[in-house]
Design a protein around this ligand. Structure first.
Ligand code: NAD
Ligand code: GDD
Length: 334
């Protein structure tokens, strides 16, 4: 017997595509909703009810959650640094999605869980000035000075989840994702994040016989990256657990961006000269996840190594790249 109806908002995207697949496997009836035409969805699961709708609109949100017991609110207009630094207003407009999805879920009355995907971009910029970063603890989000645009919207919306729980009893759960990567994600077009960008650039150089590549910033910036399988496991865990404060959901394996590029060069079997574009979007100098609390609360933290996850990601992007551009001269450049 099906477990009930789970709605994956933003399920035409990277994380939502995997989440919908997992929920189907768990025995849920699944409704996937996304604004993109279905041809552009990263994964389409024929067993699910697949709906194209703009969730900025309250009436669409009401239709989206009709009859559901669970809502996973992943829909957002977002991307990597190249997108969020140049599209602050668009990022902030996702507040309409979050507001209307919360209102619709509250009014529907049958929603047992409302999961919201917040971000490490909520953390105070002052705590992320050095590459030699102290991992971010949950309390470092306040006093509020998050990433401009995108981070402010996320911080506001996670706060709204808190008050819908306190004032209306809606069972909200919030995780702060730290840079998630894997196959079936964005790898070109301007919204891609560093892991996919490094793979694409190095694959393009390999296939073109180029000897150089561009890196944004000096490459000494540090980040941690979480593989998609860990992210999905974490979402399930957060959703099952009792209500609590927002927690980090991220890897604590720190790397420099240069280190990330060198790892991918190792997969490709090439070594490139690095041209540093110091005018490109850079974001914070350093960011890592402190996993003390997630280990305390859930007895678990993401653990798939960067090398293992990046190899799978590289292999998938390689296939996609060759399928789209062939193995000769490439056109995908960012
Ligand atoms: P994604 O861009 O692949 O997926 C988001 C989906 O939301 C897209 O398919 C998009 O079309 C859809 N969407 C945008 N506006 C919409 C609207 N008005 N109505 C309906 N759908 C709409 O991104 P993702 O990496 O899968 O991220 C999922 C969630 O996790 C987002 O909320 C994001 O902010 C959050 N997050 C992701 C990361 C990461 O590194 N991937 C890190 C922190 C937080
Ligand atoms: N995207 C990208 N492309 N980044 C590059 C590139 C490139 O070609 N070259 C170097 N970088 C550097 C960026 O300048 C930045 O300093 C670092 O790699 C990481 O960039 P991103 O992966 O794009 O983003 P981020 O880690 O700063 O922020 C991301 O993670 C947050 C959660 O941790 C964003 O995707 C946010 O939306 C997300 O919430």
């Amino acid at each position: 017997m099906a477990k009930g109806l789970a709605v994956v908002a933003g399920g035409g995207g990277f994380i939502g595509g995997f989440l919908a697949k997992d929920l189907l496997k768990q025995g849920y009836n699944v409704r996937v909703v996304d604004i993109k035409p279905m041809d552009d969805w990263y994964q389409v699961h024929p067993e699910a009810e697949n709906v194209v709708a703009d969730l900025k609109d309250l009436a669409s949100c009401r239709r989206a959650v009709k009859g559901a017991t669970r809502v996973y609110q992943l829909a957002a207009d977002m991307g990597g640094m190249g997108f969020i630094e140049n599209n602050k207003a668009l990022c902030m407009l996702s507040v309409l999605i979050n507001t209307h999805m919360l209102m619709a879920a509250k009014d529907e009355g049958s929603i047992e869980r409302f999961f919201y995907s917040s971000s490490a971009c909520v953390y105070n910029a002052d705590k992320q000035k050095s590459e030699d970063v102290v991992p971010l603890k949950e309390e470092d989000a306040y006093p509020g000075m998050p990433e401009d645009g995108y981070g402010w919207e996320k911080l506001f919306s996670e706060r709204m989840c808190r008050h819908f729980y306190e004032d209306f009893g809606l069972e909200t759960r919030v995780a702060r994702f730290h840079n998630v990567y894997g196959p079936h994600g964005t790898w070109e077009g301007g919204r891609e994040k560093a892991p996919a960008a490094m793979c694409r650039k190095i694959i393009a150089a390999k296939l073109n016989g180029d000897t150089e590549m561009e890196i944004w910033g000096d490459g000494k910036q540090t980040r941690s990256f979480m593989y998609i399988d860990d992210c999905i496991k974490g979402i399930n865990m957060f959703t099952e657990a009792p209500h609590g404060e927002p927690l980090n959901l991220g890897s604590d394996e720190l790397t420099t961006i240069l280190g990330l590029a060198e790892m991918v060069e190792g997969f490709a079997g090439i070594k490139l000269k690095k041209n540093h574009n110091l005018n490109a979007p850079k974001g914070v100098n350093g960011r890592n996840s402190d996993n003390t609390k997630i280990k305390q609360v859930h007895g678990w933290a993401p653990g798939i190594t960067l090398k293992e996850g990046m190899k799978k990601t590289y292999d998938w992007i390689y296939e996609e790249y060759v399928a789209k551009y062939g193995a000769g001269k490439a056109t995908a450049k960012v």
